[in-house]
Ligand binder design. Structure first.
Ligand code: UD1
Ligand code: UDP
Length: 360
């Protein structure tokens, strides 16, 4: 079996890595394509080293652009590579534009698509990701649902592909990398901080709207805590555009830094008091047994209800008059407790690859 892996952004590199580790271990030959949607050193290349995977065989360098520009450029490039490589299966992970582009290009060439992390739904149609994951699920032959709940969603939508419950590869990645991360020196940004909250945000519906972003800034400041904020390039662009940088940093408690590599990020996450985020992957990482952190989700919906049910995540919205209050009330009640990880036992990649080896 010769798989063809497609990635385009930071989280896909992290979540696809365990599948590449398995291929390397089993000496399975594969093609590895990067669409180049993420291209800055700290959003792309640094992750190949941190995840101990090889550099992509091909980078399409599609760069930034509108939704259609990114999707179309990637589709054209992927189709060309697929026609040359003739793989047995195309593997995509998650819900980015890279995922949709590869899925459509492959399906029309009659190459089976395997969708890793299938069946997630936020039911928020403002999100480009919601369209990407729905459309991809409906052209995939192999649907690797992380949980029973995501498998049920797929069944209820009558997808035609095979549904397999596998767990989420983020748990494989995190459990493996955290051990390495903990042996490293502490990232400089947290060396002198006794206690801090980790913040990340980049969702288009949060940061592209001035009023929403201003509200989030005010709400975060009202928490009155040290905040470590590795800032996504989309977000720094908007904070500058909306003249919010000075306000955000005015009290000296918000420590803005560039996005950081995975190992340093895990180190920071594991030492944080709690996490405030609109990220998808971070909601899952917080549930890994070796992490077990409380995560407050600054969104009005989540496609990860399992993390809410397990007690790791609370969806707090983006209203500055409401979300800080919910957070502070939960903090008062206490953040540490025994919780069960809903996303598997860290062997999702092995399960996915074995299913493919049996079926192809
Ligand atoms: C994309 C994904 C999102 C995912 C996120 C992970 C889609 C629709 N969105 O969102 O699902 O959660 O990646 O982080 O696929 N930029 C840089 N350097 C980079 C990449 C981006 O400076 O390496 C800046 C550019 O100004 C760009 C902006 O960030 O316009 C947004 O990048 P883009 O890839 O379009 O979307 P993300 O917000 O990163
Ligand atoms: N992450 C990282 N460095 C950072 C911020 C995030 O390594 O500065 C990791 C994080 O641990 C998670 C992934 O990037 O695994 C999440 O990416 P992001 O939030 O950009 O995307 P999403 O998961 O929302 O699609």
């Amino acid at each position: 079996m010769r798989p063809f892996f497609v990635i385009g952004t930071r989280p896909e590199i992290i979540k696809m890595a365990p599948l590449l580790w398995y291929c390397d271990k089993m000496e399975i030959d594969y093609f590895f394509l990067h669409t180049g949607q993420h291209y800055s050193q700290f959003m792309s290349d640094s992750f190949f080293k941190d995840m101990s995977i090889r550099s992509p065989d091909k980078n399409l360098s599609i760069g930034s652009g509108t939704q259609a520009e990114q999707t179309a450029r990637a589709m054209i490039g992927i189709e060309k590579e697929l026609m040359e490589d003739q793989p047995d299966v195309v593997l995509v992970q998650g819900d980015t534009n890279a995922v949709l582009s590869a899925a459509i290009a492959a399906a029309k060439l009659h190459i089976p698509v395997g969708h890793v992390e299938a069946g997630l739904r936020s039911y928020d149609i403002r999100m480009p990701e919601e369209h990407n994951r729905r459309l991809t699920d409906h052209v995939s032959q192999f649907l690797f649902a992380p949980t029973k709940k995501s498998a049920e969603i797929l069944r209820s939508e009558n997808v035609w592909g095979e549904i397999h419950i596998t767990g989420n590869t983020i748990i494989d990645a995190m459990e493996d990398r955290l051990k390495i991360a903990k042996k490293r020196p502490l990232p400089y940004i947290i060396k002198d901080l006794k206690s801090f909250v980790l913040l990340t945000m980049h969702r288009a519906e949060n940061v592209d709207d001035k009023e929403t972003l201003t509200g989030i800034v005010e709400g975060v400041l009202s928490l009155d805590r040290n905040i470590v904020f590795p800032i996504h390039p989309r977000t720094i662009k908007r904070l500058n555009e909306f003249n919010l940088i000075d306000r955000f940093t005015s009290r000296g408690s918000v420590h803005l830094i560039e996005p950081i590599g995975y190992l340093d990020f895990l180190n920071i996450m594991s030492r944080s008091e709690f996490i405030l985020t609109d990220s998808g992957g971070i909601q899952e990482e917080a549930t890994a047994p070796s992490m077990n952190k409380k995560v407050f989700v600054m969104r009005t919906s989540t496609e990860r209800p399992e993390a809410v049910d397990s007690g790791h995540a609370t969806v707090v919205g983006v209203d500055p008059n409401r979300f800080p209050r919910i957070i502070l009330e939960e903090v008062k009640k206490g953040l540490v407790s025994e919780r069960k990880c809903p996303y598997g036992n860290g062997r999702a990649a092995e399960r996915i690859m074995q299913i493919l080896l049996n079926r192809l």
